[in-house]
Every structure is written in C-alpha cells, then in structure tokens.
Design a protein around this ligand. Structure first.
Ligand code: GLY
Ligand code: MN
Ligand code: MN
Length: 441
C-alpha cells in the first residue's frame, strides 16, 4: 500500500488555521482526472497543489469539501477501489483507506459527487471555489449549484456567494512554514547539483536532449520525482526563445547554452537558470554582457528583505538592463526615455521575479488593488534578469547575435534579509568556465 510521504498532522494544522478564516463557509477543491497524452497513454499525473496542501492526498479525480463549523467538516470524494484498474495502473486508496489514512471526517466515491456535494453546500454562508481554471470540474460545480439552489429562486433566494478559492489559499501558501522552507531547500539543492552535472558534461557535439536527460537523471538519483516543469536546454539562438522546449539541437563551439531546469521534491519546485559557453570560454562580448547581467542579478538579491515592495525588483531590473543596452549600443538616448517608451522590452520582455513553491509560478498575490505588495519573511521568489539577442536582429552587433543570457536563483525572504537557496550552482565567470566540460578533461 502507498503511504503519505509527509506526516498528515501538517495538513490538519493547515486546515485548522484556515478554519479560523472561513467558519460557516464551504471550500471546494477539485483535482483533475488523468489526462490522455496520445492514444491510450496518459501524462504522468501530478497532484493538485491546493488539494495536496490541505490534505496530503495526491490522487486524480478527487474533490475536497472543507466546511469548518459544520458537521463533518472534511469530506473527500475519491476514486473507488477497482481490482482490474489497479492491476493495470496500480494502487488506489479507495473510500475506506482514504478516510483512515488522511484523517478526514468522511469519504465518498467520486461518482456521488453531485448528489452528496450539492447537499454539502446547502446552508453555508459562502462558497470558495476557483472558476475557469479546470474545465472538468466547472460543469460539475455548476451542476451542484443548480441542484442545491435550483428551487430557491422561487423564494427570491440565489446561491450562496461564490468567492475565489485561489485568492484565499494564495494568502496561506505565499508564506512558507519552516517545514516548507526545508522541502524547498532540498528541491533547490538537488536542482543546483544537477545544474553542476550539466556544466561538467557540456561540450561541442553534445545534444541539448542528452543534457536534458542528464538533468532528469541527476535529480531523480537524488530523490526528486523528476522535473518541476519542462526543462529548457537552449543552445545558440535557441537561448533567445524564453520558453524554448524542443531541446533538439546539437551544441556548437562559440555558442552559449542557457539551461532553465528545476527539480520537484515532495511537490516543491526548484527553478534555476544558468548560461555558459559551450566550449568553456565566453567570447569577449559574451563575457562582458554576462558579467553586467550578473552584477544586476547580485544587486537584486541584495535588495531582498521583508518590507521591500515586490515590484521594486522589476523596476531596478528594467533600469539596470536598460543601462546595459545603452552601453552596448543596442539602444540610444537616455535611460529614462528608454524606460518610458518601453524600448528595452525588445531585449527584456519578461518579469524578473515570481513566487515559487508547490507550483513553479506559485499561488499568491504580489499586487493588491494594483499596488505592489511588500514582501514578507517566508516568501520564496525567483530573481531572473536576462537579455535576449535574436540571430535575426540586424540591430544587434554580430558578436551578440543568437545570444540569450538569463541567470536565475531562488530566494527565501528571511526575518532580516534573504537566503539564496540555489547558491550551490556557481555563476561567476571564472567558476563557470572552470566547470564547463570538466568531465572531458
Ligand atoms: N522556468 C520558468 C521560469 O523561470 O519562470
Ligand atoms: Mn522562474
Ligand atoms: Mn526558470
């Protein structure tokens, strides 16, 4: 029998904390069924982050109903035991074991969702459910609402008001507990070690795909379930495609290699980018621009502390990168004018930082009512400035064409500053040059 990989008391404690905020309401959290990849093969299943966060339950096609203050506060709808399916696809907890092992008040077969679920949402003050994120669960939710409240218009009553569950849970998930920070240190540490393996195995003639495979092997060897997101292993001009994912080219001397890969450990994500020369020596132009971006990245990390408005990081990045673009003669005019016109976006089209956690782009509001939010101890964010010079861009000096450079670390905001959880992967020019191709020397 499978077992939860984390003590279930952790999840109970989270629900107790949440109960204080939503007494009298019902929170509904669905987890997608398995998805077909092609013919009768499935994608590898990944648990719903919110459902896992509140229960530890990681199976597909399940729903949590959390109704603090009501009888039977915690209900799980789960797939039933099925000998034939389990012979083919493996273990399922089923209705009885799910109740016992996950310490919930009641469990039902998923087939009873609409009938029982519509009863569970009657009489609550508010319903928390995230609409338009799950095309499987939305029609089921609508059916439950219809069944629960369909008769009430006759009495002039509509359904209980519906609030967004992701906004509610984002407020909890945005601050990582000590246990979560430990899981994230592991996810980040494993990711960092695997990046070092890739640097050592890089040389002209090696394929992006072989290096991608090495990343997956390296993190799985270290206890990760695999990647947290589709890894980007991008050589030459591919490095200028932000989310390049073909990973099908063969590396050539003189190119840079941009690797944006992260491990998933106990459902927590690492997210690291390093950029280095395929043959172990940056060209002068590559080195100059790399060093300038690295200086910006290190300054940004130094800024991170509680109270800093998150958007200040993006503003500082835009300024720092625009200065580089002017120095490198990619833009002309003043820094302020180029910032105002947005001219820098041609070479820096993304944000510098996102929340990281159970999801790589984690849940949580970094802006509230249009205003940037001050960071708090316990947030985990990425810092990832980059510049991208397409091979097709004739404005770009020839030696920089087909060069994309991004440097990304994962940063825990602490009480008095921050901790770089991915400091295990070198990023100084000399360190990187010493590591690239080390396996072949
Ligand atoms: N790997 C996706 C990102 O850096 O946001
Ligand atoms: Mn990122
Ligand atoms: Mn990344």
């Amino acid at each position: 029998m499978r077992k939860p990989s984390v003590p279930i008391e952790i999840f109970k404690a989270r629900r107790q904390r949440l109960a204080q905020l939503i007494k009298g309401s019902a929170l509904l959290v669905p987890a997608w069924p398995e998805l077909i990849r092609n013919a009768d093969s499935h994608f590898n299943y990944r648990a719903d982050s919110n459902l896992f966060y509140l229960t530890g339950f990681d199976e597909p096609e399940s729903w949590l109903f959390f109704r603090p203050g009501s009888k039977n506060e915690v209900t799980l709808f789960v797939r039933q035991k099925n000998e034939e399916r389990e012979t083919w696809d493996g273990f399922r907890y089923g209705v009885e074991a799910a109740k016992k092992i996950f310490g919930v008040d009641q469990t039902y077969p998923i087939e009873d969702l609409v009938k029982v679920g519509s009863e569970l949402i009657q009489g609550v003050d508010k319903i928390y459910y995230t609409l338009f994120r799950n095309s499987w669960s939305d029609p089921l939710f609508a059916e439950m609402i219809h069944k629960a409240y369909g008769t009430r218009p006759r009495y002039g009553l509509g359904p209980a008001p519906i609030y967004d569950a992701n906004s509610l849970l984002g407020e909890m998930r945005i601050v990582k507990s000590d246990e979560e920070a430990d899981f994230m240190r592991r996810a980040c540490g494993i990711s960092a070690e695997a990046h070092v393996e890739l640097m050592k195995a890089t040389k002209p003639g090696v394929s992006e795909r072989a290096l991608h495979g090495l990343f997956i092997k390296s993190v799985m060897e270290r206890g990760a379930v695999g990647e947290a997101y589709g890894g980007i292993v991008a050589s030459g001009d591919n490095s200028t495609t932000l989310h390049y994912r073909f990973n099908e080219a063969v590396l050539e001397a003189g190119q840079v290699l941009l690797v944006d890969c992260g491990a998933e450990f106990q459902f927590y994500s690492g997210d690291i980018t390093r950029t280095y020369p395929v043959n172990g020596r940056f060209t002068n132009a590559q080195k100059r621009v790399y060093q300038k971006i690295l200086n910006v990245q290190k300054k940004l990390i130094e800024m991170v502390k509680p109270g800093l408005p998150h958007f200040d990081l993006q503003e500082a990045t835009i300024r720092g990168l625009t200065e580089i673009l002017i120095e490198e003669k990619l833009l002309s005019g003043s820094v302020d004018d180029n910032i105002k016109s947005g001219a820098y976006q041609k070479y820096y089209p993304h944000g510098v930082s996102h929340l990281l956690g159970l999801d790589t782009h984690d849940l949580g509001a970094i802006r509230v009512q249009g205003a940037s939010r001050p960071m708090e101890a316990g947030w985990v964010i990425t810092i990832e400035p980059g510049l991208y010079f397409s091979a097709k861009d004739e404005n770009v000096p020839e030696e920089l064409r087909g060069v994309g450079i991004r440097i990304e670390d994962d940063i825990l905001v602490t009480a008095d500053g921050c901790e770089n959880m991915t400091r295990g992967v070198p990023k100084e020019v000399e360190e990187v040059e010493a590591l690239v191709g080390a396996n072949f020397r």
